[in-house]
Design a binder for this molecule. Structure first.
Ligand code: URA
Length: 433
């Protein structure tokens, strides 16, 4: 078998056998298939797609490229959650300590930023000294002792997805249903969790643009999970506007801490409640949604969820003083205020344009090897449906050392992100299904 023939086959739109997918993934891991060949194949998949069988083969090949964790000696209900990616999506950072505070063991495997979407690992690394590169034994023992750990894919867990994820990020091959499905489902299965809840996002700031496509991705992930003997639940939510008010690595951690202190943004609260509620019911900790909501609200009000975040930070080498002293974070030393160009209502706040502004200021990567500036980002003062006066503050862009032309371009994207209407627009729930 030769990689070039497999690329040619997909270019012509023909379906692969299990052996061909295994050959490619094994080759990528042992170096006999080069990154440029894999990138070329990914682009062929982007245009020609993978059928359900090929998606199962790819998911299995990812899982088998590393080891599969087993937590049955710790608990028979271990939860994991995954988002298909969004702008300002800090759900994991509040959800995991919240669930752990309520007694659900959480084995959370997270990724880095991808395309214009942020990544939990990058966000957590903005906490001084926080380490996401956990060894398998440390991941396990932390789950045992404090109930939760959030780790980057360890070198041993779905390493093939790790490599392909990084290639997709810089070759414009992220937004393909089968590739997203194999990437997400393989990680969730390898992480050893038996309660898997997915947050499938659609809209301007997501890889999937429409509700219908999100529904079909959710269905595919549930189906592939079932073929591999895992029950997966999915929530479908909107990413038309950024989630919450803060976008960018340090800024999102600060918003998450504020959330756990009781300062809830409504949209973020709605998603956290839905995912946490479902998980508590699946874990037999709550018998229905009402009971789950009471438990969640109590954990937020009493401070036990915040306390759990501090424990996770300390266990992973970070300095939990940052939860009280935000000056420990790198937040951009420079600011630009974006003001309303019209009066009326914000009829649209485009997540992708805000993400582009933040990326230009350093919050994301252009190349695999780029480092990011944790301090770059944006705080929104207005969101869709809010009334604005002309020249009122819409948002503030934060950055450190950025070239003037990039700042100007970022300002243009931020201004373009806001659209106005004379009458109040109809506001839809962030949760679709
Ligand atoms: N998140 C992942 O882990 N993989 C994808 O492909 C997209 C989002």
């Amino acid at each position: 078998m030769r990689a070039v023939d497999i690329i040619q086959k997909k270019k012509e739109g023909r379906a692969h056998t299990k052996e061909e997918i295994d050959f490619l993934i094994k080759g990528l891991m042992d170096g006999t298939v080069e990154d440029y060949q894999m990138s070329s194949w990914l682009m062929a998949v982007y245009f020609q797609g993978l059928n359900e069988d090929e998606t199962v083969y790819m998911t299995e090949a990812f899982i088998n490229s590393g080891e599969i964790l087993d937590f049955s000696d710790i608990s028979n209900t271990v939860a994991d959650k995954h988002s298909t990616g969004g702008v300002g999506d800090k759900v994991t950072i509040v959800l995991i300590p919240l669930l752990a505070a309520l007694g659900v063991k959480c084995a959370k495997l997270s990724g880095r930023g991808l395309g214009y979407t942020g990544g939990t690992v990058d966000k957590l690394e903005s906490i001084p000294n926080f380490k996401c590169q956990l060894k398998d034994e440390d991941f396990r023992s932390q789950i045992k002792t404090i109930g939760a750990a959030i780790s980057a894919q360890t070198p041993n867990l779905t390493p093939a997805d790790g490599k392909i994820y990084a290639l997709r990020d810089v070759t414009a091959t992220v937004d393909n249903k089968s590739l997203i499905c194999a990437s997400v489902v393989s990680k969730k299965i390898a992480s050893g969790a038996n309660i898997i809840v997915l947050d499938v996002k659609y809209g301007s700031g997501a890889f999937i643009k429409t509700k219908e496509e999100a529904r079909s991705l959710a269905d595919l992930m549930i189906k592939i999970g079932a073929k591999l003997n895992r029950k997966i639940e999915a929530v479908i939510s909107s990413m038309e506007q950024p989630l919450g008010t803060h976008i960018g690595n340090s800024l999102e951690i600060i918003e998450s801490i504020e959330f756990l202190k009781g300062n809830h943004n409504k949209d973020l609260y709605e998603i956290v409640l839905e995912i946490a509620g479902r998980t508590l019911i699946l874990a037999n900790i709550a018998k229905d949604f009402n009971e789950a909501k009471n438990l969640i609200d109590e954990a937020l009000k009493s401070g036990t969820a915040l306390q759990k975040l501090k424990e996770i930070i300390e266990a992973q080498g970070g300095n939990s003083d940052c939860t009280e002293n935000y000056s420990l974070f790198n937040v951009g030393k420079n600011k630009v205020e974006i003001k309303a160009q019209n009066e009326g209502y914000v009829s649209k706040l485009d997540a992708l344009n805000i993400a582009k502004a933040c990326k230009l200021l350093g919050a994301g990567r252009d190349k695999k090897s780029d480092s990011i500036d944790f301090g770059a980002g944006c705080i929104l003062n207005k969101k869709t449906g809010d009334k604005v006066q002309k020249d009122e503050l819409l948002c503030i862009l934060y950055f450190n050392d950025v070239k003037k032309d990039r700042i100007n371009e970022a300002v243009q994207y931020a201004q373009k992100a806001f659209e106005y209407s004379v009458s109040k627009p109809e506001i839809q729930s962030v949760l679709y299904k």
